[in-house]
Design a binder for this molecule. Structure first.
Ligand code: GLA
Length: 705
C-alpha cells in the first residue's frame, strides 16, 4: 500500500490516533485502541465522513483539533486572542506536520494575525498520550490570550457519556455520569489551586462502559491552578471536550517573539472499561509523572499528629505520642501544624518558619533523636505559600502578599497568599525551608495550602509556575526529602504537583466509609502508593461516625497507610487490631504498590471492592467492603478481575476477620488455610462472603500455585 500523505497516525502501545493532515487544520479521524498496521486510513476517514446539511456553512465544520470562530463553527472556540482590547480575527492554517516515531507535531500559522500554534501529540506510556499546545507571537504588537485550550478534542461518536468529578472539602472527587447533550457544560475553577475534584479529570465513554468492559477515554489537565473544562454537544451530534488553564483577561500578554506553553493534557484510552483505563493512567503516573518512582523505598507507615494532638503539642507530648506510635509499628512520625513561631491556633504565624522555643526549648533535635531511636524517621508540616497577617513576616513585609493595591485584603482561614512570583519572596521562603532541612534530619515534608487565591491580582498563572519552581529548587537542594501535596485535604492533586511530590493527602476526611468513596475517585487516576490513607479516630472528627477499628484499618491499607489518631485514646483491643493491620500492610505493600489494581463489578454504591495484583502476577490482595445493611442476606459473589484465567491460586481470608460477619462464615478453617481455585472460576463465579452487615470488610489473600 502506498503511503497516503493526507493522513498520519500516531501509534503507541494500546493506543492509536489518526489525523487528517492535508486539511486546512488538522482533524481527528480516529482515537482509540490500536488499529491494524495496514489499516486503510482514507477508508476510515470515509467511514466517518458526514454530508453537508442545509443549515451549515458551505464548507462545514470538521472535527478540528483547533476549532475556531469565523468559519461556521458555532461551539466554543479553542483560542481567543485580543489586540488593543478587541477580539482578533484568527484563521490559522496547517503549515507543517512533523512525524517522529512517538510523536506528531502540527505547526499552524496565521501570518496575517502574526501567530503560530504548535499542537504536539506524544505517545508516552501504554494507552496514554500527552498533548501539548503552544502559541507564539510572530507579529510586532503584543497579543493578549483570553483562552488557549490545551486540548480541543472531537470525541469519537461512541463517546456519548461523560463522567465528571466535583467535590468539596472532605468530600473530594464525587463522580457524576450523564449523557453529553446539546449545549455546553462548563467547569471553571477560580481558587488558584486544582480544587477538590472539579473539571480537570474527565471520562468520556459509551453508555455500556462499566468497570471491566467498554471503550473509554480519560482526560486530565496537568495543572495546579485555575482551569476550565467544556464538554459540549451540538445539533449535529458532534461532541467535543476542551481543557485548559483559565486566564484572567490581560493576565497573559504575549510580547512579539515570545511563546506561551499551555499545560499538558494526559489522555488515556482503554477498551476494557474503567479498570483498563485505571491501570493505563496509574502505570503512566509511575513511569512518567512521579519523581524517580523506580528508586522509591517501601512506603513507610505514617503517624500524623494532627488528629491526635491538634495544636496541643510540645516536646514531651510529642515524645509520648512517638512512643505509642512506635509500639504499634509506625515507621514515620509526622509533626503537623503547630510547631513554629507563635502558632497555637490557625489564625497566626504562617510565614514564621522557626521552631517555637516555648514548645521546643532545645529545638527540634531532641524530638527527632527520640523518634529515630524508636526506629522511625521524622516528617514536618509546612504551608510555605502562605502568610498570616498576625506574623513577624507580615509585620516586616506587609507588601509580600498577593493583593490588589490600595484595596482590602480578604483572608481565608485567617491567612493571605505570598507573592512567590517576586524573587525576594520565594528566595526568603526557600531559605527558611532550606535551613529547616539542612539543620535537622527531616525525611518528609507535608506541604499544605489552605486557602483559595483571591483577589488574583493578575497573578494566578504566574503563581502556579512560581510554586513549581520553589518545589523544584527545594528538591534539587534536598533530593532525599519526600514531599506530600496537601491542600485542606485533596484541594491540590494533579499530575503537575505529583511530578515534584511523593504522596497526596487525599482528604481531611478519614472516615473509612467516606474514604472508600473518595479514594475510588482518586484511584481512577492515581496509583495506591501515592494516596495518603490514614486510620482516623472514632468518632470521626469530620463526620461524627463511629466505626470499628477492624473496618478503619482494612480500608486504610489500600493506599499509603498511616494513622491520624492517638493510640493512647484507643482501647487495648483497638491498638492490637491496628498493629495487626499495620503488620499486614508491611507484608503486602509490595503487592499493593507495584502491579495493577482492579475494581470489582458489584453494582450499587454500598459495596466496594478492589484487587491489587503484583507485577509478576504471583500474589494479590483484595478488599471487599460493605458500608450499609444489605437488603438481601446473601450479598453478590465477589468475582475477582485481573487474574490469569489459566492459573491456579490459593485463596485465603486474612485474619483478623470482621467481628459480626465472621459468625456467618461457613468452613472457617478452610478459608483460614487457603482453598485452591482456577483464575477463570474466580473471575466468572467468585466467592460468597458474608457481606450483609454494615461496616464489614474482608481481606482476601491470593497466591499463585
Ligand atoms: C489542613 C490539612 C490538615 C492539617 C491542617 C493543619 O487542613 O489538610 O491535614 O494539616 O491543615 O492546620
Amino acid at each position: 500500500m502506498t503511503r497516503d500523505e493526507r493522513y498520519c497516525r500516531l501509534d503507541g502501545e494500546g493506543v492509536c490516533a489518526v489525523f487528517a493532515c492535508a486539511a486546512r487544520v488538522p482533524e481527528l479521524v480516529y482515537l482509540g485502541t490500536p488499529l491494524a498496521a495496514d489499516e486503510d486510513l482514507a477508508a476510515i476517514a470515509l467511514a466517518s465522513a458526514r454530508g453537508r446539511h442545509e443549515s451549515q456553512a458551505d464548507d462545514p465544520p470538521t472535527p478540528s483539533l483547533l476549532p475556531l470562530d469565523g468559519r461556521g463553527f458555532l461551539g466554543t472556540p479553542a483560542l481567543e486572542l485580543l489586540a488593543d482590547g478587541a477580539a482578533m480575527a484568527i484563521d490559522p492554517v496547517l503549515r507543517d506536520t512533523r512525524a517522529e516515531p512517538d510523536a506528531i507535531t502540527f505547526a499552524l500559522a496565521d501570518e496575517r494575525a502574526g501567530i503560530a500554534i504548535n499542537l504536539r501529540w506524544r505517545a508516552v506510556s501504554p494507552g496514554v498520550l500527552v498533548i501539548e499546545t503552544s502559541l507564539r507571537n510572530m507579529g510586532d504588537a503584543p497579543v493578549t490570550i483570553a483562552r488557549l485550550a490545551s486540548l480541543a478534542l472531537p470525541l469519537p461518536d461512541w463517546a456519548t457519556y461523560i463522567t465528571r468529578y466535583a467535590g468539596r472539602w472532605s468530600a473530594e472527587m464525587r463522580s457524576e455520569t450523564g449523557v453529553i447533550g446539546r449545549g455546553a457544560w462548563l467547569n471553571e475553577s477560580r481558587g488558584g489551586r486544582t480544587g477538590f475534584g472539579g473539571g480537570n479529570w474527565l471520562l468520556a465513554h459509551e453508555a455500556e462502559t462499566g468497570v471491566t468492559r467498554g471503550q473509554i477515554i480519560g482526560l486530565h489537565l496537568g495543572w495546579s491552578g485555575d482551569h476550565y473544562s467544556i464538554v459540549e454537544g451540538d445539533a449535529d451530534a458532534q461532541r467535543r471536550i476542551q481543557m485548559g488553564c483559565r486566564l484572567d483577561i490581560g493576565e497573559i500578554v504575549l510580547e512579539p517573539g515570545t511563546r506561551f506553553d499551555a499545560p499538558p493534557v494526559h489522555l488515556g484510552v482503554s477498551g476494557e472499561g474503567r479498570n483498563g483505563l485505571r491501570n493505563a493512567m496509574t502505570d503512566h503516573v509511575r513511569r512518567h509523572v512521579l519523581p524517580d518512582r523506580a528508586d522509591w523505598p517501601a512506603r513507610r507507615v505514617h503517624l500524623n499528629s494532627w488528629e491526635a494532638l491538634s495544636f496541643d503539642m510540645d516536646e514531651a507530648k510529642l515524645k509520648r505520642l512517638a512512643d505509642d506510635a512506635a509500639a504499634i509499628g509506625i515507621e514515620r512520625f509526622v509533626v503537623d501544624d503547630g510547631w513554629f513561631g507563635g502558632r497555637r491556633d490557625d489564625r497566626t504565624s504562617l510565614g514564621d518558619w522557626t521552631i517555637s522555643p516555648d514548645l521546643f526549648p532545645a529545638g527540634l533535635d531532641p524530638l527527632i533523636a527520640h523518634v529515630e531511636a524508636l526506629g522511625m524517621d521524622f516528617g514536618l508540616w509546612v504551608e510555605p505559600e502562605m502568610v498570616s497577617p498576625d506574623s513577624d513576616l507580615y509585620r516586616v513585609h506587609p507588601d509580600w502578599c498577593i493583593h490588589a493595591p490600595g484595596a482590602e485584603r480578604p483572608t481565608q482561614r485567617g491567612q493571605l497568599v505570598l507573592d512567590l512570583t517576586r524573587s525576594e519572596v520565594s528566595d526568603h521562603i526557600f531559605a527558611a525551608l532550606d535551613a529547616l532541612l539542612s539543620n535537622h534530619r527531616i525525611a518528609y515534608l507535608k506541604w499544605d495550602h489552605n486557602r483559595d487565591l483571591f483577589p488574583r491580582a493578575m497573578k494566578g498563572h504566574a503563581q502556579v509556575l512560581a510554586v513549581y519552581a520553589l518545589i523544584d529548587r527545594l528538591r534539587a537542594a534536598h533530593p532525599a526529602v519526600e514531599i506530600e501535596s496537601c491542600a485542606s485535604g485533596g484541594g491540590r492533586i494533579d499530575y503537575a504537583m505529583l511530578s515534584g511530590c511523593h504522596r497526596v493527602w487525599a482528604s481531611d476526611n478519614n472516615d473509612a466509609i467516606e474514604r472508600l468513596r473518595i479514594n475510588a475517585g482518586w484511584g481512577q487516576f492515581l496509583p495506591l502508593e501515592v494516596i495518603g490513607n490514614h486510620v482516623g479516630p472514632s468518632p470521626n472528627p469530620v463526620t461524627g461516625r463511629r466505626l470499628s477499628m477492624d473496618f478503619r484499618a482494612k480500608v486504610a491499607m489500600f493506599g499509603h497507610m498511616g494513622v491520624e489518631a492517638d493510640p493512647a485514646a484507643m482501647s487495648a483491643d483497638e491498638r492490637e487490631t491496628l498493629a495487626a493491620h499495620i503488620a499486614l500492610y508491611k507484608e503486602w505493600r509490595d503487592v499493593l504498590h507495584s502491579g495493577s489494581c482492579h475494581w470489582f463489578d458489584l453494582g450499587g454504591d454500598s459495596l466496594f471492592g478492589q484487587i491489587a495484583i503484583a507485577a509478576d502476577g504471583g500474589r494479590a490482595l483484595a478488599i471487599a467492603a460493605r458500608t450499609d445493611f444489605a437488603d438481601d442476606f446473601n450479598a453478590p459473589r465477589i468475582r475477582l478481575p485481573g487474574l490469569d484465567a489459566d492459573a491456579r491460586y490459593a485463596v485465603r481470608l486474612i485474619e483478623p476477620w470482621p467481628d459480626k460477619a465472621r459468625r456467618y462464615l461457613p468452613n472457617g478453617t478452610r478459608w483460614r488455610n487457603g482453598i485452591a481455585f482456577g483464575g477463570a472460576y474466580l473471575a466468572n463465579d467468585g466467592l460468597a462472603l458474608p457481606l450483609t452487615h454494615p461496616e464489614t470488610a474482608w481481606l482476601i489473600g491470593i497466591e499463585r500455585l
